[in-house]
Design a protein around this ligand. Structure first.
Ligand SMILES: [Cu+2]
Length: 322
């Protein structure tokens, strides 16, 4: 189990493995070429004839055929072309290897990028089994995942370095990427295409879980949350549906069905708030709801001037959305 890696040289799945190998080939070849160029430079400097102001220039070597020099240059050019061809071939083969991930029994996910968060929709099987979450992608270990990518506003790019390469999300176009996680763990992802003010706070996580654990999580996500037990949380639910929240957010099983902000049906089960900006704790939740602009200036959620009691009730309610 890894503790949340974000490192393209630590590959935790086949796709990232292919890319890391390609990176290593580039590193080796480019290092060798760089070293050879430096050696040639040093030799050239050391062997160059020295000029003195008193002596006339030595023109004896001009117009003398230099077959050795010609051979050396020809060899260097050939080696350079061969090196480039090896790099080209390695890139092409990596591309083909990436396309060859077996997709049998794959999990299908639709990710839509928004300024500055990710909506994640699971679209396996019948419509009754689709559900939506945000900023957290759960996948079963060892099963291929097919992600369809859309963007809502500007161009974003989805990148989980330890699992797969980057793929742009372009408004009006659908792209696809595939990956597989070979080990359970948490893999950090990040938007990799500058998309505006809070681009740096547009992170997410891929949580790879053993099959049984994933299935348990999936069953939980499919269920609308139960009615809150205590009076404060119940009042929070009323507030959620009567103040502005329901205009932008959805909670399955309630009248809140808007899609402007993240689906909050199971917000309490997530590890972070606002695309990896804050750990999901009651204090952070309260602070976020009261003034999101303090944590993520420019974000598309307005501040909510609520009384302390109302804020506490909302936080209590959201805390029940496991
Ligand atoms: Cu982005």
């Amino acid at each position: 189990m890894n503790p949340g890696v974000h490192d393209m040289l630590q590959a935790w799945g086949p796709q990232a493995g292919h890319i890391a190998s390609l990176w290593n080939i580039f590193l080796v070849i480019c290092t060798v070429v760089f070293a050879l160029v430096l050696v040639a430079l040093v030799l050239a400097v050391r062997r160059a004839p020295r000029i003195h102001t008193q002596e006339p220039p030595d023109l004896s070597t001009v117009n003398v055929p230099e077959p050795r020099l010609h051979r050396t240059v020809a060899t260097a050019v050939t080696l350079a072309v061969l090196g480039l061809l090896v790099l080209l071939a390695a890139s092409v083969f990596t591309d083909r290897a990436l396309a060859r991930l077996p997709l049998k029994n794959a999990i299908n996910i639709e990710v839509t990028a928004h300024q500055w968060w990710w909506s994640v929709k699971y679209v396996n099987g019948p419509v009754s089994e689709t559900f939506e979450t945000a900023n957290e992608i759960h996948v079963p270990v060892g099963r291929p995942v097919v992600v369809r990518l859309n963007a809502d506003d500007v161009i974003h790019s989805l990148w989980v370095p330890s699992l797969a390469g980057k793929r742009d999300l372009i408004p009006g176009r659908t792209a696809t990427m595939t990956f597989q996680a070979d080990q359970p763990g948490i893999y950090r992802g990040q938007c990799a295409e500058f998309c505006g003010f809070q681009h740096a706070f547009m992170a997410f996580e891929v949580q790879a879980q053993p099959a049984a654990e994933y299935e348990q999580w999936r069953q939980l996500q499919l269920k609308p949350p139960g009615e809150p037990g205590d009076a404060t949380a119940q009042r929070g639910k009323m507030l959620f549906q009567s103040v502005s929240c329901a205009m932008c957010h959805a909670v399955q099983g309630t009248i809140a069905g808007a899609r402007t902000g993240p689906d909050l049906t199971h917000v309490a089960s997530r590890r972070t708030l606002a695309a990896g900006t804050l750990p999901n704790t009651p204090a952070n939740l309260a602070s976020w709801i009261a003034d999101p602009q303090k944590h993520k200036p420019g974000t598309n959620m307005p501040a909510n001037p609520l009384s302390g009691a109302d804020l506490a009730a909302l936080v209590a309610y959201l805390g029940t959305l496991q």
